[in-house]
Structure formats: structure tokens, C-alpha cells
Design a binder for this molecule. Structure first.
Ligand code: ZN
Length: 310
């Protein structure tokens, strides 16, 4: 077999496309900024154009068997429709699977971006060969994906793995999901900036908070310690529920690993049952920005040609 999949990472900031082989080789790439305040049609036109660029960049474009899209959304898997996209509302309700299949002439698969990252890390990254793992993406928001007994777990409605919306502070900061005190409000880049500002730091990015912490600013150090604590409190519950072998932490904020990972580990050790707490390895992701693209490609190879519903 020598198939190639086009894999899309549909981010709120960038659209990234790659042509990926069945062994994970990336043959060509294309990317563009995500159009802001644009219509859904414009975003779709751009995706199709990038996909065509990617396909035409191949020695043999006929090897492309499908397109897989990792999307920051909950997905109606049966219908291939995007449900909620807080960062790209112009695509809500859009039947993206059918549109991409029709316009590109190949099968299409949609995958939640955090689930795609979990699949990617399990295929070629930190959790290679691991049967049961949780992958948490600490970015603008906090995403989560589950791999259980070697397979991605999506849940009945395709919404499983929303680690970022576990409540860790009952009366805490309001969350975009409608609840309050979610992990996302304490462990995302957005949260790190908010917490740093409320501690009196003049910062506009989580990397500035990181730089301040490395420079010895105790307020910035405390922000990351608190972030690690909240994340660990949430993960301790998941460790008890799922008894995973590994938790993989990725996304931009994971670059601050040395400032928060020990707090995550401490909370897991203090709160989870001893056996699963001892068992679980807590590690950094290895694939960086490519986790979603590679995972989406892996998902498409697993489903296309097998008659899978999605
Ligand atoms: Zn929430």
C-alpha cells in the first residue's frame, strides 16, 4: 500500500495542510493565515485551494486517497457536520465532510483536533506503543483526546475527551462552555495571561509570563505553579477513572514544562489511588504542531476503504 492522505489542521490562527504517506512521511505542505471575520465560504475556498496546492506538489497526485480535517470543534460524526467552533463560528453547522469530498473528489473524514493530536502522538510521538493514554493540548484553550486499548475514543456524540472542561474550581472563572471553573480557565495560554495580569504583571502572551518566571519573578512562577496544580487536580480524577499508562501534555504552554510539571505530578500522586498514580507516566508531547495533521492522516487511513461511517 502506498496511499497518501491530505491532512488539514484548521486552526483559529493558521490553516495548515500536508500530504502524508501511510508511514507518516510528509511529502508536501501548504499553509495560510485563517481569514478573520470572513464567511464560511471563503474559509472553505481557501482550504480547497491549499489542498489542491498540496496535491499538485506531489510526484503522483493520483495517490491521494482522502482528505482528513482536524477541526477545533465538536462534530456530528454521522452527518459530518461541524457543531460548535468557538474560534471559527462562521463554520458552525457546515457539512464540511460532504463539501470537501465533493470539491476534492476524494473521501473526507473530520476529526476533533485534540483527538487527532492524541492519535498522532500515539502513532509516531510520545505515546507510541502505549495502549491507553490521555493527550492534553495546552494552547489558547485546553483540548483533550483519549486513546483506549489502542483506539481513539470519541464517545456517542463525538464529544469525548473534553479534558479542558473538567471543573476544578466550583465557583471559579466563567468558561466559554457555559460552566465555570473549568481547567481551561486555569491552564490555557489565555488563563496564564489573565492570572499573570491579575498578579500585577504587564504581559500580553504566555511566553512573556514564562520569560518573567525564568527571570526570577515570583508572581510569574506562582502563576505556572497554580496552573500545574489545577491541571493535576483534574488529571487525578481521570487517572482514577481510566487507569491510563500515560498522560501526554502538548500545546504551546507545555514549553513551560519545568515550571508546572512537578505540580501536576504532585497533585496526581496526592489525589489519585496509589496504583494508577504510580503507573501513569506524565510526559511532554513530541510532535509539536504536526500532531494534529499526523493524527488526522492516521485516522483517515484507518477508516477509508473499510467503509467506516465517518
Ligand atoms: Zn468550560
Amino acid at each position: 500500500m502506498n496511499r497518501i492522505a491530505l491532512a488539514l489542521d484548521l486552526g483559529g490562527t493558521n490553516l495548515r495542510l500536508a500530504a502524508v504517506g501511510e508511514n507518516g512521511t510528509i511529502y508536501s505542505r501548504s499553509r495560510s493565515e485563517t481569514p478573520r471575520g470572513s464567511s464560511g465560504d471563503n474559509v472553505i475556498d481557501l482550504i480547497v485551494q491549499l489542498a489542491e496546492n498540496c496535491r499538485n506538489g506531489l510526484a503522483d497526485p493520483t495517490k491521494v486517497c482522502a482528505i482528513a480535517a482536524a477541526v477545533p470543534a465538536t462534530i456530528n460524526i454521522e452527518e459530518g457536520i461541524l457543531n460548535k467552533l468557538p474560534n471559527l463560528r462562521c463554520l458552525e453547522g457546515v457539512p464540511l465532510r460532504e463539501i470537501l469530498a465533493k470539491r476534492l473528489g476524494v473521501e473526507a473524514v473530520l476529526e476533533n483536533d485534540a483527538t487527532a493530536a492524541a492519535i498522532g502522538e500515539n502513532w509516531l510521538g510520545a505515546s507510541r506503543g502505549v495502549e491507553t493514554s490521555i493527550c492534553v493540548t495546552l494552547g489558547t484553550g485546553v483540548g483533550g483526546g483519549l486513546v483506549i486499548n489502542g483506539d481513539p475514543y470519541r464517545g456517542k456524540d463525538g464529544t469525548a475527551g473534553e479534558v479542558g472542561h473538567i471543573c476544578v474550581e466550583p465557583n471559579g472563572h466563567p468558561c466559554g462552555c457555559g460552566s465555570r471553573g473549568c481547567i481551561e480557565q486555569y491552564a490555557s495560554a489565555t488563563a496564564v495571561i489573565r492570572l499573570a495580569k491579575s498578579a500585577g504583571l504587564a504581559v500580553s502572551s504566555s511566553s512573556e509570563v514564562y520569560d518573567a518566571a525564568i527571570g526570577g519573578d515570583e508572581r510569574a512562577v506562582a502563576v505556572f505553579a497554580s496552573m500545574g496544580s489545577y491541571l493535576g487536580i483534574g488529571l487525578a480524577g481521570l487517572v482514577n477513572v481510566l487507569n491510563p499508562e500515560m498522560i501526554v501534555l502538548g500545546g504551546g504552554v507545555s514549553a513551560a514544562w519545568d515550571l508546572f510539571a512537578h505540580q501536576v505530578r504532585r497533585e496526581v500522586n496526592e489525589r489519585a489511588f496509589p496504583e494508577p498514580a504510580d503507573r501513569v507516566k506524565i510526559v511532554r508531547a513530541e510532535l509539536g504542531d504536526d500532531a494534529g495533521i499526523l493524527g488526522a492522516a492516521r485516522a483517515v487511513f484507518a477508516s477509508v476503504g473499510k467503509g467506516a461511517a465517518n
